[in-house]
Design a binder for this molecule. Structure first.
Ligand code: NAP
Length: 292
């Protein structure tokens, strides 16, 4: 079976940020491959419009919509409960929703928004749904966690003394920290999942023409806008997340960083196990999860 023709019939796949860009294109392709897709969006009307488009473009009616603002921990808990009330299996979780913010903003929980949404949102949702994910994998066909990061990880530093960037906020600093956090989180998660029927991988989708950084007035936003000439379509940007979500070629592969459907090296610091563990514990503390 080729990567492009994976059979996802009967597989439940949850995709966050599925109303736009890479998330929407990923949802369309997974639905086209036969998966039952659960979209997570924060805005009902944008979500419903995208749901209708995903159904039309994939030719599948198995596209559900759940609403949640993923920058709010209470909403993530509610989302997980709503999902669990409707589904008892989750074969693929694609953590994709992300932002960049020119100005430092706080979430309802009092956390810096970029870190809270781009990293803690992935961390909390994954951990709340882990029992369903573990119950869905088999030795022959493992369940998969797919985290959308960015090559901005290469510029990332985790400011353990100031994770909320209270002292020195910068748009790129905050974004790169959150995208490096995606990688540290995935590597730690994959290690914790060894011996289970679940894999976890992380990826850079390419430089993709989406709504991303559309509101940014900072240097990073300007660089993104200048880079528009090099951008690929959302469909091309979805190729690596779809590959990691469904291709038989990566069955059993875990704890890897991918770009353009190939494993790549991530930044040196991302392989630091002490940093991975420290981030895990800080993330558990900040989300109030009682996990070691
Ligand atoms: P996008 O078109 O702006 O999509 C981002 C998605 O995240 C949207 O569905 C957005 O919903 C959702 N989102 C934002 N804040 C949210 C919140 N508080 N709660 C729930 N959902 C929220 O951008 P994209 O390029 O597809 O980005 C997807 C991922 O790719 C991000 O993680 C980004 O870091 C990564 N990435 C993108 C590029 C690129 O070149 N585009 C490169 C590397 C990595 P709304 O529509 O309601 O805002």
């Amino acid at each position: 079976m080729s990567a492009e023709n994976s059979d996802m019939t009967g597989r439940v796949c949850l995709v966050t940020g599925a109303n736009s860009g890479i998330g929407k294109a990923t949802a369309i392709e997974l639905a086209r491959q036969g998966a039952s897709v659960v979209m997570v969006c924060r805005d009902r009307s944008r979500g419903e419009a995208a749901q209708a488009e995903i159904q039309a473009r994939s030719g599948s009616k198995q596209v559900d919509l759940l609403l949640a603002d993923l920058s709010s921990q209470e909403e993530i808990h509610r989302l997980a409960s709503e999902f669990q009330a409707k589904y008892d299996r989750l074969h693929v979780l694609v953590n994709n929703a992300g932002v960049v913010n020119s100005k430092r903003k706080l979430t309802i929980d009092g956390l810096e928004l970029t870190f809270a949404l781009n990293h803690l949102g992935y961390f909390l949702l994954t951990n709340l749904l882990l029992a369903e994910i573990k119950a869905s994998g088999t030795p022959e066909r493992k369940a998969r966690i797919v985290n959308v990061s960015s090559e901005a990880q290469a510029a990332g530093v985790i400011n353990f003394g100031d994770l909320q960037l209270e002292k020195n906020y910068g748009e790129l600093r905050a974004y790169a920290q959150s995208k490096l956090a995606n990688i540290l989180f995935t590597y730690e998660l994959a290690r914790r999942l060894k011996g289970t029927n679940v894999t976890a991988n992380v990826l850079h989708p390419g430089v993709v023409r989406t709504n991303f950084a559309g509101d940014s007035t900072g240097l990073f936003g300007i660089l993104i806008k200048l880079g528009r000439v090099f951008e690929i379509s959302a469909e091309k940007g979805a190729r690596t997340p779809v590959y990691l979500a469904s291709s038989p070629e990566v069955e059993g592969i875990s704890g890897q960083y991918f770009s353009n459907k190939k494993p790549r090296k991530s930044s040196r610091i991302s392989y630091d196990q002490t940093a991975q563990e420290l981030l895990w514990h800080e993330s558990a503390r900040l989300t109030g999860l009682e996990i070691d």
